[in-house]
Design a protein around this ligand. Structure first.
Ligand SMILES: Nc1ncnc2c1ncn2[C@@H]1O[C@H](COP(=O)(O)OP(=O)(O)O)[C@@H](O)[C@H]1O
Ligand SMILES: [Mg+2]
Length: 156
């Protein structure tokens, strides 16, 4: 499977690879790449701020195209996680009212931003990995590297 993977420890490490990640996102999402970039930054900030409480731990960011038409970005830390699924469920129920309250709050916007930008977000059971899923526009498909399309054909 064709997947890009980055490992870093802190904001300094992330800043070294950030441009590469942004470029990839903007290529597959020309319209909404900018917003997706913000969503990914929120996921990374959460991993950095909450996932490294005890000692030096890594954050892993993975990106791939699934079935030739979905961008999948995963951000995983090695921390204890949190009750993420409950949080996402609560926010999801708020639908378009998501930002009615709390938009100006100092904290608590990251997950809301991810939910707004992505088609869906999923957390693993313990809440230390988030998966951001976004459909890639059909017009972009011919530009997805052939290695990815070949995999798609073999499976299809
Ligand atoms: N990777 C994570 N590990 C542990 N807790 C997390 C993680 N991501 C988010 N959280 C928890 O969810 C809360 C809400 O996250 P978010 O919506 O990004 O707002 P903020 O980061 O501004 O508090 C965080 O305050 C934190 O308690
Ligand atoms: Mg946050």
């Amino acid at each position: 499977m064709y997947e890009l993977q980055f490992r870093f420890k802190d904001l300094g490490g992330f800043s070294c690879i950030r441009r590469c990640i942004s470029e990839y996102i903007r290529q597959v999402l020309p319209e909404e790449g900018c917003m997706m970039d913000v969503a990914v930054n929120e996921a990374v900030n959460n991993a950095i701020n909450n996932g490294r409480r005890s000692g030096e731990k890594f954050i892993t960011l993975k990106m791939r195209i699934m079935n030739g038409n979905k961008l999948i970005i995963r951000v995983k830390d090695e921390g204890p996680g949190f009750a993420a699924r409950r949080t996402v469920e609560t926010f999801s129920k708020q639908g378009s009212r998501l930002f009615d309250k709390g938009l100006l709050d100092e904290s608590g916007r990251g997950i809301k931003i991810m939910l707004t930008v992505a088609d869906s977000i999923l957390y693993n059971r313990i809440g230390n990995e988030v998966m951001i899923i976004k459909r890639v526009p059909a017009a972009i498909f011919p530009y997805i590297p052939t290695t990815m399309r070949r995999e798609q054909k073999m499976r299809g």
